[in-house]
Design a protein around this ligand. Sequence first.
Ligand code: GDG
Length: 465
Amino acid sequence: MPDDEPHQGRLIVVSNRIPKGDVPAGGLVFAIHEALTGAGGIWIGAADPTDQAEDGLTKIGSGDYERFTFSINHEEHRGYYLGYANSVLWPLFHHRPDLLEFHQGDFDAYVAVNRRVARAIAEIAEPDDLIWVQDYHFLMVAHELRSLGVTNRIGLFLHIPFPNPNDVMALPQVAMMPAWMAAHDVVGLQTRRDVISMVEAMRHDTKTQVLNDGTWIREGRVFSILNFPIGIDAESFAEAARAAPEVELQLAPKAPLLLGVDRLDYSKGLVHRFEAFDAYLDMREQGSPRPTFIQIAPGSREDVEAYRDIREKLERTAGSINGAHADLDWTPIRYIRRHVDREVVAGLLRRADVALVTPLADGMNLVAKEFIAAQDPEDPGVLILSHFAGAAEQMESGALLVNPFDRTSFARAISDAIHMPLEERKERHAILREGVFREDIKWWTDSYLDRLRRAPRSFDSQLRA
Ligand code: GDG
């Protein structure tokens, strides 16, 4: 019989990344830490790769909740993480099927790791535990758990966009996707647009049907596809920004400060951003204060070729723009490739006159929200936001929305942002601030978990049909 009692058990979260020591403030890992601190439970993540992988879990810490790692070997790390997750799923889900590098061996490693994780969870899960799977590294875990007979409520949250129906066809495992998704009780996505894309993809599956209440059914299992836009810990970010140490930037008096903060990734649109800034420099009035654009872009996934390529391209672009516009006392673009301390980032986000958050595809983009939380409401800066960022669904009324592919309009938006009168800046900021503080990280965790806790439990016998 279906059991509609809201759940009372522990929370078990699985994410690829897990802090081995202190939890860094901010970002996804901080969100999970917050959720578990309130609820208690278990956090499972990947250990550093070793020569030999073993089944089971290793305890790496306990306090308000327990932390465990599962093991992977070097080859699995290459296949599961660098390969299938970051050279197939990541590019495809960010609308770049041209960058997809599929190797059967990588998928085999992905399957092996997903199975190992599922077996480990099945061993420790008690009947009332709630299982919350994070992101594209573990799309098959719930399906594996179901085939092991696990009937617990299982949720997935996908932090990245969901591909449109054409792109999804490029996934060699597209036929398996509906079964993977239907093994969850709640599939959480960032935006309404992502929900529409996944619903479109599910419609192609003849075994999946939509029910009257908007839930879905596949082979007797009922599940929901819903959007839960992730937020930040706005209070603590605002506090960090207020308390940030003063950094000597050596800017000319009245020089506008533009800022970008992104992991170095082709999805973040950094080359387009640099080129739009270049176009702005070309159109700017002679004699007006010379702007400085600081781009912080710490490297990531450097073992993947597409990441090395984007880095080289970005460095060339920055070099040539600076070559064309710089003067003895002015460097228009300051491109910083190393990781910068969070307090310093928070301080810069407070100080910036304009934030450039202009990805070509992005699940949400937390920097847009951090900028709003960090700014002084009495003299706020302006957010330039790409309509491809998930954040645009919540922030379109206060930000200047741009299409990063339209260089001229983008350059004009930079000009509008730099010259925007104080009254309009305050008005726009107040709208955004209210949303960022209301729909914060706690709101996200509570609304997702509340939905998952109330999910009707599907029947065991039909799961294995
Ligand atoms: C995924 C999705 C979604 C960046 N450089 C430095 C630094 N950062 C911090 C930022 C921000 C975080 O990293 C990046 O978050 P994003 O949301 O922009 O992007 P992803 O890492 O791609 O995250 C994304 C997110 O998951 C959550 O669901 O929003 O769409 O892709 O907090 O401030 N922090 C420090 N130094 C740096 O150099 N301290």
